[in-house]
Ligand binder design. Structure first.
Ligand SMILES: Cc1ncc(COP(=O)(O)O)c(C=O)c1O
Length: 404
């Protein structure tokens, strides 16, 4: 049984349920299965144990579902841009950490003069600090809260190989302490937290389908990297807290929740993708999120007896281009993309044993490879439970906002 088929058996509504719940809607549209979302949230919280989970909002991009995840027990938001954090603060959210550095002077001034006690910005160099400090001098207010971003990549063989995302240049306790002192030297700023995100562990599936050797290599890499990171992260935190106290130390993501939460130096983990359960999160040994976010496409033509062609569907995910970034047919079972055409801008031919039975006017249900990016394609998510349509909620895009 393929991973996709295993997901089809995993308790989410079936083809008929989904079609019944959305019978009055015209595809394309996107749905969110509430039971799957709630189960996924509960599973993330279980995996984190007593360590709080900060919600990665880029992986949700829908305020109603951010609220639902917070109500389920997640604490605080890890945003992706400062304008997004300001917008969420304007809607009453608190304890927002912006996960990526900002050079947006206008937003920094709005922060300085506005909700600067509710939003923490990310910094990994003096330029970030100078921009924030200048914003406080120009706009008044402040201080602006700062989180230090520390590189989590793995550098085996004395640094000749580097495994991990190219994020912060700050890596050692000495470098982190020097940057912390730079924060303290600016009266416009206040040191608030520290973050190091191990993307190569949290975001790389350790059970790639049909590639057992690669899976074993990924698991070995992740084990070795996690060991190195735990020691280094603890040393960085100890060194920085000797300079100034830290309100939080954030790490991890959906794929590493239990491992990162087990590190004594970490006070909170981040996660978001596991709520929607996109296809890139099918390939992990330690957990299996249920597909909660789906989109429906109408079958609009039958070019031949073995092909059903749907309207639209070309919503590839970001990252290094590859087949794993394409959306995947989900229901009915037995569909696959056409190798030549993939998922197209205006049409997506579907092949496989499920295709011959499809008729013009039928629907196919698809999954995105990543979580929040789906919300950049649809103005709303229809909330379904079993065969019932429960609600319609707006995505960020549906609210007229596009932050990245
Ligand atoms: C800084 C940071 N932390 C954590 C995560 C994990 O988020 P998710 O659980 O959605 O993979 C991300 C996602 O890219 C991130 O950028």
């Amino acid at each position: 049984m393929s991973l996709t088929e295993a997901r089809q058996d995993s308790g989410v509504p079936g083809y008929d349920d989904l079609n019944r719940a959305t019978a009055d809607l015209e595809p394309p549209f996107a749905v969110l299965d509430l039971d799957a979302f709630d189960r996924n949230a509960a599973d993330l919280l279980r995996r984190a144990g007593s360590t709080p989970i900060r919600l990665a909002s880029k992986s949700v991009r829908c305020r109603a579902l951010i609220d639902r995840a917070l109500a389920a027990g997640m604490r605080g938001i890890l945003g992706f841009t400062l304008p997004e954090a300001l917008w969420l603060a304007g809607h009453g959210h608190e304890d927002l950490v912006v996960a990526y550095p900002t050079v947006d002077r206008t937003a920094l001034r709005a922060l300085a003069a506005g909700p600067c006690d509710r939003i923490t910005i990310m910094a990994d160099c003096r330029e970030h600090l100078d921009l924030a400090a200048a914003a406080v001098r120009e706009a008044g207010g402040g201080p602006i809260l700062v989180c230090l971003d520390v590189d989590a990549a793995w550098w085996p063989l004395g640094g000749r190989i580097r495994v991990g995302a190219r994020r912060s240049p700050v890596r050692t306790p000495e470098q982190a302490t020097a940057l912390a002192r730079e924060v303290l030297a600016r009266p416009e700023l206040r040191l608030d937290g520290l973050m190091s995100y191990e993307a190569h562990i949290a975001g790389v599936g350790d059970r790639p389908p049909g590639k057992p050797l690669m899976g074993a290599a990924i698991r070995a890499m992740q084990r070795a990297s996690a060991r190195e990171l735990a020691v280094r992260r603890a040393a960085v935190v100890e060194a920085v807290t000797a300079v100034a106290p830290l309100r939080f130390v954030n790490g991890g993501g959906t794929g590493s929740v239990e491992r990162t939460a087990a590190e004594p130096a970490v006070t909170e983990v981040a996660a978001g993708s596991g709520l929607y359960g996109p296809t890139l999160f099918d390939a992990y040994t330690r957990f299996s999120p249920q597909p909660a976010a789906l989109f429906a496409l109408p079958v609009v033509r039958r070019p031949d007896a073995r092909t059903a062609t749907a309207l639209g569907g070309g919503y590839p995910a970001s990252g290094a281009a590859g087949r794993d970034r394409l959306p995947a047919p989900f229901l009915p079972a037995g569909l696959r993309l056409d190798r030549q055409e993939g998922a197209g801008e205006v049409q997506t031919p579907l092949r496989g044993r499920g295709a011959p039975a499809l008729r013009v006017g039928d629907r196919v249900w698809m999954r995105h490879a990543k979580a929040g990016e789906l919300c950049e394609r649809f103005n709303s998510l229809y909330l379904v439970r079993g065969s019932e349509l429960v609600d319609e909620v707006r995505t960020y895009r549906g609210e007229g906002d596009c932050f990245l």
